[in-house]
Design a protein around this ligand. Structure first.
Ligand code: ADP
Ligand code: MG
Length: 589
């Protein structure tokens, strides 16, 4: 064996491999630097997914002329002087290896003016350092990275299509921006502005970003705080009225850094506990500020992992903070100034029919625009009635007499008053009126039923269908996922399958079921949620259907028995109107 010292450039590139994987890594590092320089506006622009060019402009304090030649030296940092500083870190960077790594795998130009002094710049082309020259921005720093991995074709092979790389860059900018709402962030891809986030509050920043993709109104998110000696918690999180089928919106930040800390994600879900049913996850952006002496980010170059000395204590506090603050109430319709309920706008804004325009206004608030209601498929109503009146309703219906129902109604302590707009079932219960959205309510009840009832029926004529290769592979390995929910499948030929038996409840939605199987490659939880939703949504009474008295009462009984009235899509479907509020409204109090 012949031991040799590596060529310095080779060594530098090996080290760079750990930090710089793709354009996204560069954007992440350069954003950190701009934030550490206390910038108040940061603009990131990528061309061709960052493969051609990445440019990041900040208005931070800048870099002094004499520091420019040091920038791209190994372990050159202004953020750490001695080992002990490692345990008091408040900056994003500290390893002094980002620019050094970037310089090894691209052509990087740094132009900067230190504290608004005369600007200078330097270019390092694949580790070949150029001279310090005059010129640059009058304030802050501009870093331009060109031709990433041009000299390393092997690395380039691992990159995705430019549009995907651009999306990854955008994602990392959004992720960083949560913890720095006081800063303006802009993202430009191929000269098109993709993201424009204005400085705002932490809560509004969360709303601005979430609303880029979906409709969440401000009152649906609440802020929680907890101060606990050596750490503080702050969360922007959803009421249990809205949730998702995955954990993608549970984000944890430790000292402003997004981290992958599964224990805390779990703590958040524990906190919500019973207020969300199985397979439902909240939106929760949790910011943990910890005394820097208890934190170690120096585990991995990308700092996605963190070691915390008081992890158990923090875990406990997260569960407690969320558990004691997340409550579910039935929204009231008339505002009571003394105890204003956060759910009030539910009625005013007709939220169920609104979708976001994918825009934020100048004030940073999301805009909602009405969406047309889908046409009603009358066929489903019959099926829904069959389902509703089948099963356990059958027993009571067999001996049915109006009195029996009335008596039962009395026992349940409510009186059914009728239907409004073919949309709401109205009931009087003690001192309150309840308006129940018939479709959402029925959907929820069916959802619960289909989760528990599994009486499987063999099909007279099996449902034959074809699948793509990936689904074929998936099904061969995961047939048990379907068997688990009472659906038995058989492969009859290459890419050809058939459904042989299904639970009775799926009978009315066979087509949707097949289409689901043809496209699904998810895990057991996703399969269950998807299937239950198909049955519940398609078989439920629609808005616009006339509901007969018996069915309405049967449905209301079940609704009142629910602990929390939320439909499988997360909407609240009951509103209440108290006698007190009504009296007040007509000035009778
Ligand atoms: P680190 O951030 O870990 O210190 P980097 O390689 O990312 O290491 O940066 C090296 C040094 O360059 C930083 O410590 C900082 O002093 C300076 N620097 C880099 N980018 C900027 C910027 N945008 N504004 C001001 N200073 C910067
Ligand atoms: Mg850095």
């Amino acid at each position: 064996m012949n031991i040799q010292l590596l060529d310095p450039l080779v060594a530098q590139r090996i080290a760079a491999g750990e930090v710089i994987e793709r354009p996204q890594s560069i954007v992440r590092e350069l954003l950190d630097n701009a934030l550490d320089a206390k910038a108040s506006t940061i603009i990131v622009s990528v061309t061709d997914g960052g493969l051609e060019e990445i440019k990041i402009i900040d208005d931070g304090e800048g870099i002094a002329k004499e520091d420019l030649p040091l920038l791209c030296e190994s372990h050159a940092t202004s953020k750490l002087k001695e080992l002990d500083d490692l345990y008091h870190i408040s900056s994003m960077g500290f390893r002094g290896e980002a620019l050094y790594s970037i310089a090894a795998v691209s052509e990087i130009t740094v132009e900067s003016s230190y504290k608004e002094d005369v600007p200078f710049q330097i270019t390092i082309d694949n580790a070949r350092k150029g001279p310090v020259l005059a010129g640059g921005p009058r304030k802050g720093t501009i870093v331009t990275v060109k031709g990433l991995f041009k000299e390393l074709p092997a690395r380039r092979q691992f990159l995705k299509r430019p549009s995907s790389e651009a999306n990854l860059c955008q994602a990392v900018l959004l992720e960083k921006s949560f913890a720095f709402p006081q800063c303006n962030f802009r993202f430009i891809s191929d000269n098109k502005m993709k993201v424009d986030l204005l400085a705002t509050t932490k809560k509004q920043r969360v709303l601005d970003i979430v609303s880029l993709n979906q409709n969440i109104a401000p009152y649906e998110m609440q802020e929680l705080y907890e101060t606990c000696g050596r750490f503080n918690l702050y969360a922007v999180c959803s009421s249990p009225a809205i949730y998702r089928g995955d954990r993608s919106h549970i984000k944890i930040f430790v000292n402003n850094r997004p981290v992958e800390e599964y224990a805390f994600v779990q703590a958040v879900t524990y906190g919500y506990g019973e207020s969300l049913h199985g397979g439902a996850y909240p939106y929760c952006y949790l910011f943990i500020d910890v005394d820097p002496t208890l934190v170690d980010f120096n585990i991995h170059p990308t700092k996605r992992e963190v070691k915390l000395r008081n992890k158990a204590e923090i875990h406990h506090q997260i569960v407690t903070m969320i558990g004691k603050n997340i409550k579910r109430t039935i929204p009231s319709m008339i505002q009571n100034t003394e105890e204003a309920t956060p759910y009030l706008p539910v009625v005013e804004e007709k939220r169920t029919n609104y979708v976001p325009t994918h825009k934020t206004t100048a004030t940073g608030r999301s805009v909602y625009e009405p969406q047309e209601q889908k046409p009603i498929d009358q066929q489903w109503f019959q099926k829904a009635k069959e389902i509703l009146q089948g099963s356990e309703f059958e027993a009571s219906r067999a001996s049915n007499e109006e009195d029996v129902w009335n008596e039962q109604m009395q026992n349940d302590n409510f009186t059914y008053l009728g239907q409004a707009f073919n949309l709401f079932l109205i009931a009087e219960k003690q001192d309150e009126l309840f308006l129940v959205d018939q479709h959402a309510a029925h959907e929820r009840i069916l959802y619960d039923e289909v989760r528990t009832k599994q009486s499987v029926q063999k099909l007279m004529i099996p449902l034959v269908f074809e699948v793509e290769r990936d689904v074929d592979d998936y099904l061969r390995e995961h047939q048990d996922v379907y068997l688990n929910v009472g659906i038995s499948l058989e492969r009859t030929d290459d890419l050809v399958w058939q459904v042989q038996a299904i639970p009775a409840l799926y009978k009315s939605v066979e087509q949707q079921l097949v289409s689901f199987i043809q496209h699904n490659t998810g895990n057991i939880e996703e399969v269950q949620k998807g299937l239950y939703a198909i049955v519940a949504c398609h078989a439920a009474i629609k808005a616009g259907d006339t509901v007969d008295r018996m069915s309405a009462i049967a449905l209301l009984k079940k609704v009142f028995a629910l602990e929390e009235p939320i439909c499988p899509h997360g909407r609240t479907f009951v509103v209440r109107l108290s006698k007190q509020e009504l009296l007040k409204a007509v000035q009778r109090t």
